[in-house]
Design a protein around this ligand. Structure first.
Ligand code: THG
Length: 369
């Protein structure tokens, strides 16, 4: 498949860091929440090896915040997610699927609880703000809903602790996974969580002040030289190996959270009120008819711009690959696929066509690593 440049415009928003990335050699973007999201610098494979060994600074401003505040904010946030937030604490981050009244997935944000009446939903690629505004209006909730000017910088990789300690002090290394706190850089306080879309460890700085964010960006590269810091971005190889799921790729509004393996974020026992709850109870009772699984394919490349069909030896469709990449660690193509019942057993074999040739593969558990 041929790739084409993306034409920029006001509608396709740049970030406060875009100029810097471009000087540093960003080589491809995708579009995420109507914004530029870098996908490669040197190459997916070179970026991957660097991410697993050193530390990278990522412009993930495209992970936009939907801020919900006011008297009924907790009720509205709970109405949108099947994860029980009744015992949620200020200072913590919650990965939580948002679902609609049909129990189909709307988004899978990280929900940050800033105060009892103030929340940031750090969203994946769908327009959560209109869903939230519609629900607020229909329910006559007393809430304010906006997209604040927050532009996240993620610091990811095994040396992220060392780099962050140099910039923000030793105290930041005590921050626990999926917790946030405020740390100062040159007199400006930044909301920082221990999180990020890689399994290599790291932090996310929710920058609220463009100028301070740009200064921080430059400073990270200045003091990060001794850790071999490089610009980076969410990496397709690392994220598939780690099974970090991607809304729009691995699942979307036609899938329910059981199919997407979100079982541990589905709470049907407590009495909290959320959309699609009865429907979810029914799905749980009946069991799913398909679910996301890993796949391994005996080949060294794959292009993914639409689903690819998987067939068994008798040419029955067993499912569809939704994301895939060559993995230099497994020395084959690995992917995330929606596999139909009764084929979602590990070791189920299949055939797949890539560039008009057939290749062999098998179904496996997620994550790969
Ligand atoms: N960070 C922030 N916002 C985001 C993302 C992020 N918004 C968009 C997108 N990523 C949302 N999707 C995910 C998917 C997975 C995780 C976070 C956001 C994630 N999952 C861990 C896991 O699956 O192992 C941990 C989940 C947990 O323990 O609760 O980190 O990356 N700000």
């Amino acid at each position: 498949m041929k790739n084409f440049p993306i034409a920029k415009s006001r509608r396709l928003r740049s970030t406060p860091y875009t100029d810097r990335l471009e000087k540093q050699g960003v080589s491809a973007y995708t579009v995420y929440n109507h914004m530029l999201l870098p996908v490669s610098f040197v190459s997916a494979e070179a970026d991957y090896h660097h991410l697993k060994e050193f530390v990278q600074v990522w412009d993930v401003a495209a992970e936009r915040q939907v801020e919900i505040s006011g008297k009924d904010s907790a009720e509205l946030v709970q109405l949108m997610t099947c994860r029980d937030l009744s015992n949620s604490k200020i200072g913590k981050c919650y990965y939580a699927p948002l679902i609609d009244d049909h129990a189909n997935i709307v988004n899978d944000p990280v929900i940050n609880k800033l105060a009892e009446d103030r929340w940031w939903l750090s969203i994946a690629d769908s327009d959560v703000i209109f869903f939230a505004k519609g629900l607020a209006s229909g329910n006559k909730f007393e809430v304010k809903i906006k997209e604040p000017n927050v532009n996240i910088l993620a610091i990811q990789g095994p040396l992220s602790n060392e780099l962050m300690a140099k910039v923000f002090g030793e105290k930041i290394t005590k921050l626990k996974f999926f917790n946030f706190d405020y740390f100062e850089f040159r007199g400006v306080k930044h909301f920082i969580s221990r999180s990020g879309w890689s399994k290599q460890g790291g932090f996310e700085v929710y920058v609220e002040n463009d100028k301070s964010g740009q200064e921080l960006y430059d400073y990270l590269f200045e003091v990060g030289k001794e850790f071999n810091v490089k610009p980076g971005c969410p990496n397709i190889i690392e994220r598939i190996e780690s099974a970090l799921l991607s809304y729009g790729n691995d699942f979307d509004n036609r899938d329910n959270p059981f199919e997407a393996n979100f079982d541990k974020y589905i709470n049907l026992e407590s009495d909290v009120k959320f959309l699609g709850k009865d429907r979810l109870k029914k799905i749980k009772e009946e069991g799913v008819t398909r679910k996301l699984m890993g796949v391994q394919i005996e080949h060294d490349s794959i292009d993914m711009y639409c689903e690819k069909t998987l067939f068994d030896a008798d040419n029955n469709i067993i499912g569809y690959v939704r994301s895939a990449t060559y993995s230099p660690t497994f020395k084959k193509v690995i992917g995330i696929a929606m596999i139909n019942k009764p084929y979602f057993n590990t070791s189920q074999l299949f055939k797949i066509e890539i560039n008009e040739k057939l290749y062999e593969g098998k179904v496996c558990d997620l994550p790969f690593i």
